[in-house]
Design a protein around this ligand. Structure first.
Ligand SMILES: Cc1cc2nc3c(=O)[nH]c(=O)nc-3n(C[C@H](O)[C@H](O)[C@H](O)COP(=O)(O)OP(=O)(O)OC[C@H]3O[C@@H](n4cnc5c(N)ncnc54)[C@H](O)[C@@H]3O)c2cc1C
Length: 349
């Protein structure tokens, strides 16, 4: 805390009082609201209630108004709907132009974006458009003296930095999926809907999406952030070839393949699958940790999983302290037996 303070001269005097409400930019994928949108809403509601302001959702896309009810049920006060056929697929140019327009017109106090592939692309472009800062990849958000305190790992995860924006508005942050709790469903969902007119020069677009090709899980792997089940391997897996054991078990369970940083650093699996402080934060229903010791940097990324199963040959391994079920043994023996048994069991159902 307070290791480094960077102070810059105030650029101009901004009347902060005209910036009100806490917004989230929702993400829709494959005609479904991504869970991270409800996580952002949950956090936005807490912040808004502390500031005594409204919680608002920006819905952007083609034919997206139909998702309003889902946010209303979860406690949104107002929804800005920006619909246009040109917004059917995400594209930085169109999305950032529309969001910039809505922000400039309605002056929010805080805007939260998901730290997904699209959100990480969109938020900096919007920030650049309105010449503001942005705190990327926040793991914590709170209100301190009326300001948004944005907490994120810095210097490779060695320190947690608290960032505030005292002189500019809106205060903007991207938030990692699976970190915040989802807004729960409430009974009465009174919501104000504002339909924002969208004008897009279809001829003037530099990029046009002609086709979206989604791969199957078997072809391109399930992203760890979105998986209900994850089978993760660590240094104890022993080699890149042995990672096939992890993949076989994952395939039987239709699970994502995850890894510790040690396994990533050894080049056994891509960084995109890393779980932990400097990788992904995950919260699946089942997390199977194979040959992972359970250092704090790994645990912070997976400890909120519903059920944790650990396979490790060391009975003293820290991972067993967070595991619901533990198997002490050599993973090269245990995993093939487990995979075989599950395959048989699942083929009977
Ligand atoms: C700033 C910073 C950020 C970091 N971020 C991350 C992060 O995001 N994610 C992350 O994972 N780490 C991260 N780390 C690294 C972390 O500190 C550990 O080094 C790493 O998690 C260890 O990975 P591991 O558990 O696979 O390896 P090890 O700690 O070496 O553990 C290997 C385990 O495998 C077991 N084993 C060995 N052989 C077998 C076998 N045949 N069968 C069964 N078990 C076996 C051993 O008993 C041991 O428990 C970070 C470190 C720093 C300093």
């Amino acid at each position: 805390m307070r290791a480094i303070i960077i102070q810059r001269k105030k650029i101009e005097d901004v009347d902060l009082s005209k910036f009100q409400d806490v917004w989230i930019v929702a993400e829709i994928k494959d005609s479904k609201i991504r869970n991270v949108s409800f996580e952002l809403l949950g956090k936005a509601k807490d912040l808004a209630s502390e500031l005594n302001q409204k919680t608002c959702v920006v819905l952007i896309g083609d034919n997206v108004k139909r998702f309003s009810e889902e946010f209303a049920k979860r406690g949104a006060d107002r929804i800005y709907v920006a619909e246009h056929e040109a917004l059917k697929n995400y594209y930085t140019g169109t999305y950032s132009a529309v969001i910039t327009g809505i922000i400039s017109k309605y002056n929010p106090n805080i805007v939260l974006y998901p730290a997904t592939i699209n959100g990480r692309d969109l938020a900096p472009r919007v920030a650049a458009n309105i010449r503001l800062g942005l705190t990327a990849d926040c793991t914590g958000l709170s209100i301190h003296d009326g300001l948004l305190l944005q907490t994120r790992p810095a210097f490779g995860g060695n320190i947690m930095a608290d960032i505030i924006c005292p002189t500019t508005r809106p205060q903007m942050a991207t938030v990692r999926p699976n970190v915040m709790e989802q807004a729960s469903i409430q009974e009465n969902g009174n919501v104000e809907i504002i339909e924002v007119p969208v004008k897009v020069d279809l001829q003037g677009l530099k990029v046009k999406t002609t086709e979206v090709i989604s791969g199957t899980a078997a072809e391109c792997g399930i992203p760890v952030c979105e998986a209900d089940t994850i089978v993760s391997g660590g240094r104890g897996v022993g080699s890149k070839e042995n990672f096939k054991l992890i993949e076989d078990l994952a395939n039987v369970l239709n699970a994502a393949v995850g890894a510790s940083r040690a396994a990533v650093d050894l080049g056994w699996i891509p960084k995109s699958q890393q779980v932990g402080q400097s990788g992904n934060t995950v919260s699946p229903k089942i997390y199977i940790a194979c040959g992972i010791s359970g250092t704090i940097q790994h645990l912070v990324g997976m400890k909120s999983s519903d059920i944790i199963i650990a396979i490790n040959k060391d009975p003293e391994a820290t991972i067993f302290s967070v595991a619901n079920y533990g198997i002490v043994g050599d993973l090269c023996e245990v995993i093939p037996l487990l995979t075989k048994a599950l395959k048989e069991k699942l083929s009977q159902n």
